[in-house]
Design a protein around this ligand. Sequence first.
Ligand SMILES: NC(=O)c1ccc[n+]([C@@H]2O[C@H](COP(=O)([O-])OP(=O)(O)OC[C@H]3O[C@@H](n4cnc5c(N)ncnc54)[C@H](OP(=O)(O)O)[C@@H]3O)[C@@H](O)[C@H]2O)c1
Length: 298
Amino acid sequence: MAHQYHPLGFEGSRIAQGYWRLAEWGMSDQELLSFIEQSIAAGITTVDHADIYGDYQCESLFGRALALKPSLRDKLQIITKCGIRLPSKNRPEIASHRYDQSVQHILQSVDNSLQNLKVDHIELLLLHRPSPLMDADHIAEAFEHLHTVGKVRHFGVSNFNPQQFDLLQSRLEMPLLVNQVELSPLELKHFEDGTLEHAQQHAVTPMAWSPFAGGDMFRLEGINPTLFKALTEVSEAHNASLDQIALAWLMRHPSGIAPVIGSGSIERVLSAQQAQSIELSDDQWFAIWVASKGHPVP
Ligand SMILES: NC(=O)c1ccc[n+]([C@@H]2O[C@H](COP(=O)([O-])OP(=O)(O)OC[C@H]3O[C@@H](n4cnc5c(N)ncnc54)[C@H](OP(=O)(O)O)[C@@H]3O)[C@@H](O)[C@H]2O)c1
């Protein structure tokens, strides 16, 4: 049985490529261009950025590669984020590490992102994290302006709980399309805190960041041998790899989870894309759930 996928609200791919670690990959502009082209050819057209990634460098690296072949722009859906100030040698004017969701910061951050990515609009802007000082009216003012002037097509949030989401949505005419949160077989909290039910109720797409727990899943034998055994058994049953099973497990959830993968290896990216054809049985899904929880369902 196919499970419902709430599309991102635009023509995005179910699996997105995350570029948080891009500065660590050591790719030349040409190598990155080839990586982007191969990802697109495989069907991964949505890319996930943030202003702060790689000490404010990742968007620029991506933009330089994209500039080598501008025709790729229209094949991509670009997500980026804003709302965090990070002291950096690349931003000497920033004095302290904190959140900033003022109108001025959001508008300036988007202008920086457009300039760095070398594009004239982005498809989806996410507020990176909820702030204790979040003023929904200010954020709404910034979002409405960015939409009106055509710099941003759609909006969403990241790491928001349902109340924070509802508060911001209550001030906006446009629907928030996405809540990007940490979800993986090693990170279950949002399966149980109402985040995914809220997303389903409001037809919001939950995007899963760090779907392999930032790589811990491949060191699982030492971290959680029970979960490693369960994932391995399901992998063998499907003749698939651990990463494919982790993605299939996330995508089996009825909220229509859209994973954001973070590998810099094109072979691993192409392998991840194959996970969409794997259908886990409920027995297999719960075997992984129970192994991760460390006890049977009550
Ligand atoms: N919204 C937020 O607050 C937030 C927070 C964190 C991340 N994100 C987004 O989510 C994206 C993904 O996060 P992530 O990078 O932590 O995701 P991830 O896919 O869970 O982890 C990526 C790491 O796993 C390694 N890996 C992947 N496949 C592997 C395999 N088959 N064997 C061994 N190692 C493997 C990768 O190394 P290789 O490169 O060598 O393959 C990389 O170091 C980020 O790029 C970012 O866009 C968002």
